[in-house]
Design a binder for this molecule. Structure first.
Ligand SMILES: Cc1cc2nc3c(=O)[nH]c(=O)nc-3n(C[C@H](O)[C@H](O)[C@H](O)COP(=O)(O)OP(=O)(O)OC[C@H]3O[C@@H](n4cnc5c(N)ncnc54)[C@H](O)[C@@H]3O)c2cc1C
Length: 417
């Protein structure tokens, strides 16, 4: 089923009776060429690009819950390409280019909105760091504009410039940054993969990974055993647990990140604002809710909900930055499980087991990576070679220490990235 303006008009005039389900609900087959574990953003986009780029369609995505019920449907939807370090910067730059063509590519309205992302700085030292970051972004062809305090005030007149916890010195403005509707991204990739013949199997939890003579042979699931020549693990916060099924011990800790949304308000925040010093970022959804979040809950956990001290911390940060937010009522909050690596950068690599591949370690920044991650992971699985823009995301950097990508410069402590 294709989407078009004409179709919407026709369905509107004929009682919306012509819409059909966006993907099939197939029973799992006994055998596939490729099994992807995890029906989140990364798993679905990998399946899509396996079919689209490599013509590989004897593929199943196994999801233990429903498609898009994990972090892909829980994040604060910020999409940006403002990474600094070699390895990360070209990857996220590539991802941004895929984002810019995504709606046409998928024939799906993912509501990608390049409303501009504004990262505030609060000291001379921080300004220097942001200038370097901006230069890096520009040198790879992305956009970055340095704003002084008055420049920020013009765009964001409602911030507190006089009485805030950290005085605002200026900001790095990234006009192509913005947001997208998170679950629509999962649905768009799901529909595209299904249309090309990929089986999307929901309510199918992987409970074991079969390995014989150093090679993967399939998976055990709650819906029976499935044989596969290649298996990709793309389960975000559950990575350590699923990899352990194949005997792998990974350098990943799982931590909770919370997000919040207010009641719907008239448009008041036109950009994405990042206030790193206070651990706070905010945008306004098209429905009008203010969507915001802060830092990790600071202890490892698999609970998909957060703790109250962090709720208080985030509210305080919002209040000191923009006191007007105190008038809004918070409607909902939720948590997601982050797969944190020691350097805060992801892993897209083979494992020591033939045919078993890993795409994980996205920490709290993997939404913006969904297109490029799926593209790169599909390339790796199909060709057994890393995709050019993702060559830095090796697993063995954590063993030998070479090629670590510590964007934040906080050292090997998972929860500080
Ligand atoms: C509150 C919050 C805010 C965030 N904000 C941003 C942001 O603004 N920008 C940004 O870029 N990133 C953000 N992120 C991070 C981003 O959402 C994640 O990095 C990314 O979604 C993770 O990849 P995924 O979509 O594949 O994960 P998920 O959607 O979690 O997919 C993994 C899937 O694997 C399934 N699974 C797990 N175990 C099994 C099993 N045994 N068998 C079968 N299936 C299994 C799960 O059910 C799940 O559906 C945020 C995350 C959270 C929680």
């Amino acid at each position: 089923m294709g989407f078009s303006g004409f179709r919407v008009l026709k369905e509107g005039l004929t009682g919306n009776s012509g819409w059909t389900p966006q993907w099939r609900d197939p029973a799992p087959k006994d055998e596939y060429d490729i099994v992807i574990i995890g029906g989140g953003g990364h798993g679905l986009s990998a399946a899509y690009y396996l079919a689209r780029e490599h013509g590989l369609t004897n593929v199943a995505v196994l999801e233990k819950g429903y498609l898009g019920g994990g972090n892909i449907g829980r994040n604060t939807t910020i999409v940006r390409a403002n990474y600094f370090l070699e390895g990360n910067s070209q990857f996220y730059s590539y991802s941004m280019k895929l984002w810019e063509g995504l709606e046409l590519e998928l024939n799906y309205n993912v509501m990608h909105s390049q409303r501009g992302q504004i990262s505030l700085f609060h000291s001379d030292g921080q300004r220097d760091v942001f200038v370097r970051r901006g230069n890096m972004m520009r040198s790879q062809g992305d956009d970055a504009v340095l704003l002084d305090r008055e420049g920020v005030r013009k765009l964001l007149p409602y911030l507190d410039y006089d009485n805030t916890r950290f005085p605002i010195y200026g900001a790095l403005y990234h006009p192509r940054g913005g947001t997208a509707r998170h679950d629509a991204v999962a649905w768009g990739y799901a529909r595209g993969a299904d249309q090309r013949g990929v089986d999307l199997i929901q309510n199918c939890e992987v409970t074991g990974i079969d390995v014989a003579n150093g090679a993967v042979t399939g998976v055990q699931t709650t819906r029976g055993a499935i044989c596969a020549k290649k298996v990709g693990i793309v389960v975000a916060g559950r990575t350590s647990q699923v990899a352990a099924m194949a005997g792998l011990r990974l350098p990943i800790e799982s931590h909770i990140l919370q997000a919040f949304v207010t009641e719907g308000l008239k448009p008041c925040i036109d950009h994405v604002i990042s206030y790193g010093m206070g651990h706070f970022y905010i945008s306004q959804s098209d429905k009008g809710g203010l969507v915001f979040g802060g830092d990790l809950d600071m202890y490892a956990s698999y609970a998909q909900r957060g703790n109250l001290p962090m709720v208080e911390h985030v509210m305080e940060a919002g209040m000191t930055l923009m006191p007007m937010i105190g008038k809004a009522k918070v409607l909902r909050s939720w948590g997601g499980i982050m797969d944190m690596t020691p350097d805060g950068s992801p892993i897209i690599d083979k494992t020591g087991i033939d045919g078993l591949y890993l795409d994980c370690g996205w920490c709290y920044g993997g939404f913006k990576a969904v297109p490029a991650s799926g593209f790169s992971f599909a390339h790796l699985i199909a060709t057994d070679r890393p995709f050019e823009a993702a060559t830095g995301f090796r697993l063995d950097r954590f063993r030998d220490g070479y090629g670590l990508m510590d964007e934040e410069g906080t050292g090997a402590q998972h929860n500080l990235h």
